[in-house]
Write a protein that binds this ligand. Structure first.
Ligand code: HEM
Length: 310
């Protein structure tokens, strides 16, 4: 699950300090769950951040870069449509999805650096600022590519409900990134930080969706008969459109991430909420670990099969 990640900017690291990140978080924000420090919480964020980075990087390299942009690039019309209908059926769809894959990969990975406290050390602030601009530009580009594809495709694999949810999700990706940028430009760093965290929760949501899908198939939460991947005439696909689990995950993937990050931002750092945070660490870790296991296992099998099929 792509929950909001590593240390969400507690100022427990002396090299970071309030002057370095300019957050001015002393006072009111200090007693928020977001700011709890201590060995358990600091280590928790570090472990989750590191595991997410490794697993998401692996996913981007294998499932996006190698799958679409290396192995699939010589015959996009056929090879890009292997799992989802018509992904590369026309030059404009290919252009939109190509932009979408590249920019989407950037925000999923660059976001980790942006929320990591070390990027806000005085010596790294310039890189944080440059990274922030690239992140916002890529958020917009990811959504432009996604929306461009939706406009031409009309109905996504999951039918109308997935089409609506992906449009809303794209809107959130753009809106939250622009809000973070606007607040930074205004010098309101506390608000910038909160919008940046919401934005990062959205950037990781796309990855969460693949975790949901993989676990659904592996744990047989979807029936997954072999003919359920054959598209209907309107290009919806029974596997995505008709399975209740998939209908839920097509909304849950970004709504859950949003709820979790909102809770982190708003919740007071009471003992009960700290226990919930510790539980969240374990749940996220477990899902990341399970996904990493299934994904590596499947990647090996899938790539051999794909090579033979294409
Ligand atoms: C702005 C938010 C996003 C929107 C609106 C969006 C939209 C879409 C749409 C419409 C599709 C085609 C689905 C279909 O044919 O039914 C798609 C597929 C895909 N998207 Fe996104 N997406 C977003 C974020 C991301 C991010 C951050 C990534 C990270 C790399 C990403 C990676 C992919 C991939 C790899 C596919 C192809 C399907 C697959 O192989 O899993 N998307 N997206």
């Amino acid at each position: 699950m792509g929950a909001p990640l590593p240390s969400l900017g507690t100022t427990s690291d002396p090299s970071e300090g309030p002057a370095a990140d300019g957050s001015g978080l002393a006072g009111k924000q200090q007693d928020r769950l977001l700011d709890v420090s201590g060995t358990l919480y600091g280590t928790g964020w570090r472990i989750i951040g590191s595991l997410y980075t490794v697993v998401a990087t692996l996913w981007v390299i294998l499932a996006v870069i190698i799958h679409y942009l290396v192995l699939g690039i010589d015959d996009v019309e056929r090879k890009w449509s292997y799992f989802l209908p018509d992904l590369g059926a026309t030059p404009s769809r290919t252009a939109c999805m190509g932009l979408h894959f590249l920019a989407g990969s950037v925000i999923m990975l660059l976001g980790v650096w942006q929320v990591c406290p070390c990027s806000r050390r005085q010596s790294c602030l310039r890189l944080h600022h440059i990274g922030g601009r690239v992140y916002v530009a890529c958020s917009v580009a990811t959504a432009v590519g996604g929306f461009g594809f939706i406009l031409e495709q009309c109905v996504l694999a999951g039918g109308w409900t997935m089409t609506v949810s992906f449009c809303l999700y794209g809107g959130c990706v753009v809106a939250f990134a622009l809000m973070a940028y606007w607040k930074a430009r205004k010098g309101d760093i506390g608000s910038h930080r909160r919008w940046a965290l919401r934005s990062f929760a959205m950037a990781t949501a796309s990855f969460s969706y693949r975790v949901w899908l993989t676990i659904g198939v592996k744990w047989q939460l979807v029936s997954n008969p072999s003919d359920s991947y054959v598209p209907n005439p309107d290009r919806s696909v029974p596997f995505f459109r008709d399975e209740v689990y998939n209908q839920i995950s097509q909304w849950g993937f970004f709504v859950l991430n949003w709820l979790v990050v909102e809770w982190l931002i708003q919740a007071p750092a009471t003992k009960f909420q700290r226990i919930l945070l510790a539980l969240l660490f374990f749940v996220v870790l477990a899902f990341l670990g399970v996904f990493a296991f299934y994904f590596t296992e499947a990647a090996a099998v899938e790539f051999v099969r794909l090579q033979q099929a294409l």
